[in-house]
Design a protein around this ligand. Structure first.
Ligand code: TRP
Length: 328
């Protein structure tokens, strides 16, 4: 089975957009590939999180992914900082990465603009750490979002350059693996195209029913259809997308008909959407809470994940040391 690796930055709670996008794809992939997922807590240091937050944020993410259905037996989940092999490979890769190419990475330039008084070397070498994450497992496929294109390009360069310098065919060039077409784009509640945490238009997987209902009832609408069978404007199409994602076909058809004959009442539509989102989120939320309250279990899963990751990485590193000329 082909190896797949992906990292998750611990930047906050998962929302419905994450769930129907990346997370669902991960869950599908765990049956088809030899997957490993990890929580990129070293990467998060580029923005100096508080020491007391580091372990908690990793545990929360772990709980959320498990609650969504990642099965650690099929796809180990580990915390990046538990696998020290990564650092050794990071060093080797940095020796062959050029200042010019790293400086051209857009995400670096953006970050440098955002935090001008902390343009640190970790930020600069973010792509080589990411390459080490991937190459240590000699992974062939990496599920990532579009924004990771340049980092993936650097990972491929790291792999092919290493092979060229040492005259070996050791590292496969990892390919971006875009979530399959089933990955649904979840719209925002404020009429914007996409649910995203920066815009404050999200429903989080840990939101309770009341919070969800409140958020849905506030969703942006328009003045209503003016003539029968008209096209839906974007804000309304967005609401129907929620029906498509969380409701039954019958429910969708019911409101679609009401739209078409101009008898639709947005209040009713929203109530339905809220109820169906709650039904989707509630079991996940309960699982999240259960995992969160079971710190021992979370730590055990993370430890087992780390053991498996270390096993895979140490085989690679042993060979890398030999290729470079060190004692292996
Ligand atoms: N840079 C990725 C992001 O921001 C997270 C990440 C770190 C990652 N290391 C990785 C993703 C390795 C895939 C593989 O989303």
């Amino acid at each position: 089975m082909e190896k797949v690796v992906s990292g998750i930055r611990p930047t906050g709670y998962l929302h419905l957009g994450n769930y129907f996008g990346a997370v669902k794809s991960f869950i599908e992939m765990q049956d088809k590939y030899d997957c490993m997922f990890f929580i990129a807590d070293w990467h998060s240091l580029t923005t100096r999180p508080k020491p007391e937050d580091i372990q908690d944020s990793a545990r929360i993410i772990l709980a959320e992914y498990l609650a969504c259905g990642i099965d650690p037996q099929k796809a180990p989940i580990y915390v990046q900082s538990d696998v020290k092999e990564t650092l050794e490979l990071y060093l080797y890769l940095n020796m062959n990465a050029y200042i010019g190419e790293l400086g051209r990475v857009t995400t670096f330039k953006e970050k440098a603009r955002q935090q001008p008084d902390n343009v640190n070397a970790g930020l600069f070498t973010y792509p080589t750490l990411m390459a080490a994450d991937i190459l240590q497992h000699r992974a062939k496929k990496v599920p990532v979002g579009k924004d990771q294109e340049q980092n993936m390009e650097m990972a491929r360069k790291c792999a092919s350059r290493f092979n060229r310098i040492y005259g070996v065919d050791f590292f496969p060039e990892p390919q971006n693996f875009y979530f399959n077409s089933q990955a649904l784009k979840v719209p925002g509640l404020d009429g914007s195209g996409k649910m995203g945490k920066s815009t404050g238009n999200c429903i989080y997987l840990h939101d309770d029913d009341k919070t969800i209902s409140k958020k849905v009832m506030k969703a942006v609408t328009d003045g209503g259809p003016e003539k029968a069978n008209s096209e839906k404007p974007e804000v309304i199409e967005n609401l129907f997308t929620f029906l498509r994602i969380c409701s039954t076909q019958d429910t969708y058809d019911y409101f679609d008909e009401k739209w078409n004959d101009c008898s639709i009442r947005y209040g009713d539509l929203k109530k339905q959407i809220a109820a169906d989102i709650c039904a989707t989120v509630a079991p996940i939320r309960e699982q999240i809470n259960e995992y969160i309250s079971n710190k021992e279990l979370l730590d055990k899963i993370a430890k087992e994940g780390a053991d498996r990751a270390r096993e895979s990485a140490s085989v690679t590193l042993k060979e890398v040391r030999r290729i470079i000329g060190f004692r292996s």
